[in-house]
Design a protein around this ligand. Structure first.
Ligand code: ACO
Ligand code: OAA
Length: 374
């Protein structure tokens, strides 16, 4: 068992560099991308505008946005060789592993030859990720070879149409847009830091993003939305949720979707996605999962002063839209790719290899005993 104190306690509270992209919890709770409050962006922008902002530092005007969306739509299809690889991946593979392989394999086919191609590589991944996820999912689960191109001009709508094979409602398009905005960027979180460390060695964009996917996969980070869904589905009522959570806390189990490394009072993304979850629960025609989620939120606050992070109400919101639980974290990838790539570009812009030191806590110097005498 590693002693938390000796392990440096997760580098908490230490600055590991500068960024112009994002502030997290500066006044205890807020979140801004390039100076814009996340709520302002969620209320008044689309995900493509946020992607443009993160990649270029400014929001696009109408003409720039139209050109950008057109460019992304033109890059959605997957190379045949990638489709063949996706067909070989078994149905019981975790979709995050599929995303990792898909990203890495696309990097084999269309490498970022030098850093002048960094925007091209980032936009290609942004355009292709929904198809990588849905092509594999529909092929392995339904035996269907989907067309990776749709007429949906937003990434959120495109994803829903690929997944369901039918045109999504305006409300579902908007929820996807908001969700992708909320997940887009979050300063030096674990997966973004992974991407920056990789970038600092002057590695290529695909390697940085592949590594970041691996970091996001874990249940203490992006994997929490899926883990939260698995948990709330086991609760039969708000009362049952409270009883079961008491047992989990007693057993010192982590409650997924709660707590945060930086925020101390609340996660500003929660109130936004929670409101959408409530709306979707009514549309779904059964609010029980939403009611259970609210009971969890109240219980965790009352007993532990722990609040919902971005992942908790995403679970029920995605569920009400009929999205399979296994795809929750891959959707996070489709969004956070923008933050990761923006950080890779920022790191490259003013690079020094990231190489911290460790406090040595091992044996005193000693000599090798001949093997016959050990
Ligand atoms: C998009 C995202 O990635 S958001 C994060 C998603 N992850 C999760 O939801 C997983 C559940 N949450 C957690 O594991 C943690 O809260 C993390 C990983 C997010 C943050 O970890 P830390 O920075 O170490 O948390 P923090 O220092 O605030 O923990 C304080 C105490 O609360 C406990 N705690 C924190 N979160 C939880 C939780 N979800 N359930 C139970 N106890 C918790 C910790 O175990 C710790 O107790 P201790 O002092 O007895 O060891
Ligand atoms: O910042 C973090 O540590 C985790 C998080 O909320 C995110 O990456 O969105």
């Amino acid at each position: 068992m590693v002693d938390k104190k000796l392990s440096g306690a997760g580098l908490r509270g230490q600055s590991a560099g500068e960024t112009k992209l994002c502030t997290v919890g500066k006044s205890g709770s807020g979140l801004t991308y390039c100076g814009y409050d996340v709520k302002d962006l969620a209320d008044n922008a689309t995900f493509e505008e946020v992607a443009y902002l993160l990649f270029n530092g400014e929001l696009p005007n109408e003409a720039q946005l139209a050109a950008y969306k057109k460019q992304l739509m033109a890059q959605r299809d997957l190379p045949q060789a990638l489709k063949q690889v996706l067909q070989l991946i078994p149905a019981d593979t975790h979709p995050m592993d599929v995303m990792r392989t898909g990203c890495s394999f696309l990097g084999n086919l269309e490498p970022e030859v030098d850093f002048t191609q960094q925007h091209q590589a980032a936009n290609r991944l942004l355009a292709a990720f929904p198809a990588i996820m849905c092509y594999w999912y529909r092929y392995s689960h339904d035996g269907v070879e989907i067309d990776c191109v749709t007429d949906e001009d937003s990434i959120g709508g495109h994803f829903l149409k690929l997944l369901r094979g039918e045109t999504p409602s305006e409300q579902h398009r908007r929820v996807m847009d908001v969700s992708l905005i909320l997940y887009a960027e979050h300063e030096f979180n674990a997966s973004t830091f992974t991407a920056r460390v990789c970038a600092s060695t002057l590695s290529d964009m695909y390697s940085c993003i592949t590594g970041a996917i691996g970091s996001l996969r874990g249940p203490l980070h992006g994997g929490a939305n899926e883990a939260a869904m698995d948990m709330i589905q086991k609760f039969t009522s708000p009362e049952d949720a409270k009883i079961q959570m008491a047992g989990m806390l007693e057993r010192k189990e982590k409650i997924m979707g709660f707590g945060h490394a930086i925020y101390r009072e609340s996660d500003p993304r929660n109130v936004i996605i929670k409101a959408w979850s409530e709306k979707l629960a009514h549309e779904f025609g059964d609010t029980s999962l939403y009611d259970i989620s609210v009971a969890c939120e109240e219980y965790m606050w009352d007993t532990k002063k722990l609040f919902c992070n971005a992942d908790f109400f995403h679970a029920s919101a995605y569920h009400f839209m009929g999205i399979p639980t296994k795809l929750f974290t891959p959707i996070f990838v489709c969004s956070r790719l923008t933050g990761w790539a923006a950080h890779v570009m920022e790191q490259r812009n003013n690079n020094r290899i990231i190489r911290p030191s460790a406090d040595y806590v091992g044996s005193e110097p000693r000599v090798v005993t001949p093997i016959s005498q050990r």
